[in-house]
Design a protein around this ligand. Structure first.
Ligand SMILES: Cc1cc2nc3c(=O)[nH]c(=O)nc-3n(C[C@H](O)[C@H](O)[C@H](O)COP(=O)(O)O)c2cc1C
Length: 199
């Protein structure tokens, strides 16, 4: 079994001028420095998912949208996901909910972490996302990055997140450590379950 985890880093907002790119640029320097995981950016802009409009849930029915089918297949490559998320009206942006609604198997029993930003660091959105994740048997990890308050204001006005100080480094490390722990645990548990079934 490979020790290196493959993490999908999801960029959750799609609008022109999004803050998400600033958070992503900074967080890539953190996840990119790890030797226990590799990552790939999954940009919902590029995924270009339609608004969910299928005959049934992807858990039960093959989706008809070609982009959504590709999205669902792509998710299967990863051992866990970190979502870079804003907070829209005290919840996750609809683009993120839609991306979750449009797949099933690829999310199953994998850890989920967040890099949130906004007035309160997207705290309310993150809690909602954790509840959504439970439906897929995911493990929402405790570690989380929240870029909020004065940090969010300064970064929105152009200060690079790396220049805000080193206080976000600890939360980033905790998040990535949690992803590593639960990613490996979930991988092992799946192998053991398969072995038990085969025995
Ligand atoms: C539709 C909408 C709703 C918003 N609601 C909230 C909110 O509930 N809480 C908050 O902290 N910021 C809220 N904001 C402000 C966002 O935090 C800010 O616009 C942020 O840059 C959005 O992320 P994005 O630039 O990646 O789209 C909202 C923004 C939009 C566009």
């Amino acid at each position: 079994m490979s020790e290196t985890l493959n993490i999908g880093l999801i960029v959750g907002t799609t609008r022109e001028g999004r803050f998400a790119d600033r958070a992503l640029e900074w967080f890539e320097t953190k996840i990119g420095a790890r030797d226990d995981m590799r990552y790939e950016v999954l940009d919902l802009r590029e995924a270009a998912l339609p608004f969910f409009d299928e005959a049934g849930p992807p858990a039960a029915k093959t989706v008809t949208s070609e982009n959504a089918r590709a999205w669902g297949e792509k998710l299967k490559e990863f051992d866990g996901f970190i979502v870079v998320t804003a907070e829209y009206n005290h919840s996750i942006p609809a683009t993120i909910k839609n991306a979750f609604d449009y797949a099933f198997e690829g999310w199953r029993r994998k850890p989920l972490g967040t890099v949130g930003y906004g007035g309160v660091g997207a705290a309310r959105a993150v809690e909602h996302l954790r509840l959504v994740a439970i439906n897929f048997g995911m493990v929402p990890v405790a570690g989380a990055v929240s870029i909020g308050g004065a940090d969010f204001v300064k970064a929105s006005q152009g200060t690079p997140i790396a220049e805000l100080g080193d206080h976000l480094d600890g939360p980033a490390k905790t998040l990535l450590d949690d992803m590593a722990f639960w990613g490996q645990a979930a991988k092992l548990a799946k192998i053991e379950a398969e072995n038990r079934q085969a025995a």
